[in-house]
Design a protein around this ligand. Structure first.
Ligand SMILES: NC(=O)c1ccc[n+]([C@@H]2O[C@H](COP(=O)([O-])OP(=O)(O)OC[C@H]3O[C@@H](n4cnc5c(N)ncnc54)[C@H](OP(=O)(O)O)[C@@H]3O)[C@@H](O)[C@H]2O)c1
Length: 242
């Protein structure tokens, strides 16, 4: 039986790959802020895909999404909270530091919290909650705020797993290392930095959105029903380093 899967950030990068993996068998709902990006992603995925344009950093956006899933599907089986990103500091003063921290907490923590909490009442038994952190949560991100915002998701998943465990709903975090072919780095990736990041892996390659999509799909399978409250890293061993 096909499931209902909500993927935030589903229009690009990791979220799009996750949505594409589930869309082979399940109904997927893509969520993001840019309607044109979502429309073309949904068209690419075919009849199993629909979308809602919503800013999940806001309560209103999450509530609109929840109304859509309730009206159209009645319930939800899998929540994949891929939306996120790294807002860099725009200057040196305290105001700039404060703004970057606030933005990163909104972008990485509140988008996930609003999504999960808005859909929680619709989650079916045996459902799945997937949060997306980063290797940065373990080793920092240079600006503090991105890494800290990702680390905040780890105890949130543990509390969700505790709360939802009696319904056999699992909650886990995937923490990717460097993943290519996303919008995450914008125009900030240089060849030198790319080589450094790949050089930190033990298998000598960048991660791909498909790596994360396959892991997400497995965590949502019945076979993974006893895996919950875990933070699972997919980074080619980069944290261990050489
Ligand atoms: N790429 C990497 O190397 C890497 C490594 C570790 C972790 N990650 C994490 O993986 C996740 C996916 O990122 P990605 O690499 O696939 O980058 P991406 O292509 O930039 O994807 C981020 C997605 O989040 C959506 N989004 C951002 N803010 C939103 C909001 N307020 N409401 C709704 N949707 C929002 C964006 O769409 P709109 O702009 O249209 O809203 C976009 O589709 C992120 O959480 C990121 O932190 C990435």
């Amino acid at each position: 039986m096909s499931r209902t899967v909500v993927v935030s950030g589903g229009g690009t990068g990791i979220g799009l790959a996750v949505a594409a993996r589930f869309a082979k068998d399940d109904n997927v709902i893509l969520v993001g802020r840019r309607e044109d990006v979502l429309a073309s992603a949904a068209a690419e995925l075919g009849a199993n895909a629909s979308y809602v344009a919503a800013d999940l950093a806001t309560v209103e956006g999450a509530e609109r999404l929840a109304s859509f899933t309730a009206d159209r599907h009645g319930s939800v089986d899998v929540i994949a909270a891929c939306a996120g990103g790294n807002t860099l500091r725009s200057g040196d003063g305290l105001a700039a530091v404060s703004q970057a921290w606030t933005e990163n907490l909104r972008l990485n923590v509140m988008t996930a919290v609003h999504l999960v909490e808005a859909l929680k009442p619709q989650l079916n038994d045996d459902g799945r909650v997937l949060l997306y952190s980063s290797v940065a949560a373990y080793r920092g991100s240079g600006n503090g705020s991105y890494a800290a915002s990702k680390a905040a998701l780890h105890p949130y998943a543990i509390d969700l797993a505790t709360e939802l465990g009696p319904k056999r709903i699992t909650a886990n975090v995937i923490a990717p290392g460097y993943i290519e072919d996303t919008e995450f780095f914008g125009d900030r990736m240089t060849e030198t930095r790319r080589s450094t990041l790949i050089g930190q892996t033990l298998n000598g390659r960048a991660g791909t959105p498909a790596d994360i999509a396959e892991l997400s799909h497995w965590l949502a399978a019945p076979a993974a029903g006893h895996v919950t409250a875990q933070i699972i890293q997919s980074n080619g061993g980069a944290l261990a380093g050489r």
